[in-house]
Design a protein around this ligand. Structure first.
Ligand SMILES: Cc1ncc(COP(=O)(O)O)c(C=O)c1O
Length: 389
C-alpha cells in the first residue's frame, strides 16, 4: 500500500530544525564532541520556583481535568497584569488574552481563523518557518516580504504591490527578530498600523523574544502603538523568557474579535494547556522578574564572546541588542549551506544556514547563544584553523 501525503505536506520545505537535529546526531555518532549552536533552545534549566509551582499544581486533582479552551481565568489575569507592568497595556483578561500551548501552536493555527483558500498572508523572509506553514495549511498563499540588511531587516511596506496589499488578510511580523536579531522601533510599528488600516490587514506580531534585550534595551510591544489593538494581536511565549521551551505555554493578546476567532479554531482542535502548567506560568509571570535580568546578563556575556570572537576571525556579525541569535555573513564567496557544512565537518559546530529561513537569508549563518562562554570560546578556537580570507 502507498500512502500519498496531502499536497499541503508535500508543498512544505523540510522542517529546518528537524534536519539540523539529524545532522547533529550523525556527527555526534562519529564520536565528535559537538558544540550545538543550532536550535534556539535555552540550555539552562527552568528556575526552581516555577518547577515548585508545577509540582504543587500537578497534585491538585482539580487540575487533572480538561482545561478551559481559552485558558484559566487566573493565568489570563496574570498575563494581563504582566503586560501592564511590562508594556503599560490595559487588557481585559476575559476577552483580550488567550492561553496558548506555546506560541507556535497559536501562530500555526491562526491562519485557519482568517484565510480562505487562495487568500494572501504577508510573511517576512527569512523568518521562523511557522508563519508560512500555517498559511499553507489554511490553503493560503504567502507573499514574502524580504528582510535585508539595507532595510535594517524590516520589511519595506512600500515594496508590497498594491494589488497584493488589497488582497492580503494577514501580515506576520516578528521583533525582536529570529533569525536576524533585528529590532523594530515605534516609527516602524506606526507605519505598520497605518498600512494595516489602509488595506484592512490583520497584524499578527510575534513577540517571542520580547524579554531578550541587552545593554538596557527593552523591546516594546506592538500593541503600545495607538490604534494597534484595532488591527492586530501579539503572540507571547514563556519559552525563552523563563527557560520553559518544553513546558508549552504562551499567550496571545490584543483585538477581542480576532482573538475570539483564534479561540474558535482552538476549541475545535486542542483542549488547552495543562492547568498545572498554567499555574507554573502564573508563578513565572507574577515573579519579580529578577530571573529575566539574570538571564540577560548571561546572554550578554555569551554574545560578547561570540561576536568579538567571530570578528577576530575576520567575520562581520552585527552587534546584537536582542534575541539570542547572532546573524553572521558567511566568508566571502561561501554559501550558507557550504559554511554550515564546513563548521560541522571541520569544527563539530552546529549552526543554522540562513538560507533555510528563506532565500534572502542566503549568505548568512545563524549562531544561537545556547552554550556557555567557555564553549563559545572553544568554538572560536576550533574555527581559527579555518581560513576565511
Ligand atoms: C520567532 C519565534 N516565534 C515563536 C516561537 C515558538 O515558541 P514557543 O512555541 O515555544 O512559544 C519560536 C521558537 O523558537 C520563535 O523563534
Amino acid at each position: 500500500m502507498t500512502f500519498e501525503r496531502a499536497t499541503r505536506l508535500t508543498q512544505l520545505p523540510p522542517y529546518l530544525f528537524k534536519e539540523i537535529d539529524r545532522l547533529k546526531a550523525e556527527v555526534a555518532a562519529q564520536g565528535v564532541d559537538v558544540i550545538n549552536l543550532g536550535v534556539g533552545d535555552p540550555d539552562m534549566p527552568t528556575p526552581d520556583f516555577i518547577i515548585d509551582a508545577l509540582d504543587k499544581a500537578a497534585r491538585d486533582p482539580q487540575n487533572h481535568q480538561y482545561p478551559s479552551y481559552s485558558g484559566m481565568g487566573s493565568f489570563r489575569a496574570s498575563a494581563a497584569r504582566w503586560c501592564k507592568k511590562r508594556f503599560d497595556l490595559d487588557l481585559d483578561p476575559a476577552t483580550e488574552v488567550v492561553s496558548l500551548i506555546g506560541s507556535k501552536e497559536g501562530i500555526a493555527h491562526f491562519p485557519l481563523a482568517f484565510l480562505n483558500p487562495g487568500d494572501i498572508a504577508l510573511i517576512p523572509t527569512p523568518a521562523y518557518p511557522v508563519y508560512h506553514s500555517g498559511t499553507l495549511f489554511a490553503g493560503g498563499v504567502s507573499h514574502f516580504m524580504p528582510l535585508t540588511k539595507e532595510n535594517g531587516f524590516l520589511p519595506d511596506l512600500n515594496a508590497i504591490p498594491e494589488d497584493v496589499a488589497r488582497k492580503a488578510k494577514i501580515m506576520f511580523l516578528n521583533y525582536p527578530n529570529n533569525p536576524t536579531g533585528a529590532t523594530a522601533d515605534r516609527g516602524f510599528f506606526e507605519q505598520v498600523v497605518a498600512f494595516a488600516k489602509a488595506y484592512d490587514i490583520i497584524v499578527a506580531h510575534d513577540a517571542a523574544y520580547s524579554e531578550m534585550g541587552y545593554d538596557g534595551y527593552r523591546p516594546m510591544s506592538f500593541l503600545e502603538i495607538l490604534g494597534a489593538r484595532a488591527v492586530g494581536i501579539e503572540f507571547h511565549s514563556l519559552s525563552k523568557s523563563f527557560n520553559m521551551t518544553g513546558w508549552r505555554i504562551g499567550f496571545a493578546i490584543g483585538n477581542e474579535e480576532i482573538l475570539d476567532a483564534l479561540g474558535q479554531v482552538k476549541a475545535n482542535i486542542d483542549s488547552g494547556a495543562f492547568n498545572a502548567v498554567q499555574e507554573a506560568g502564573i508563578a513565572a509571570l507574577e515573579s519579580d522578574q529578577a530571573f529575566i535580568g539574570a538571564m540577560q546578563k548571561i546572554y550578554e556575556a555569551r554574545r560578547d564572546v561570540l561576536v568579538s570572537g567571530l570578528q577576530s576571525l575576520g567575520l562581520s556579525p552585527d552587534p546584537l541588542k536582542a534575541t539570542f541569535y547572532v546573524w553572521c555573513p558567511t566568508p566571502k564567496g561561501m554559501s550558507s549551506a557550504a559554511f554550515t557544512a564546513l563548521l560541522l565537518k571541520e569544527c563539530g559546530i552546529v549552526t543554522t544556514p540562513g538560507s533555510g529561513f528563506g532565500e534572502p537569508g542566503e549568505g548568512y549563518v545563524r549562531f544561537a547563544l545556547t552554550v556557555g562562554t567557555e564553549r563559545l570560546a572553544e568554538a572560536i578556537e576550533r574555527m581559527r584553523k579555518l581560513s576565511f580570507s
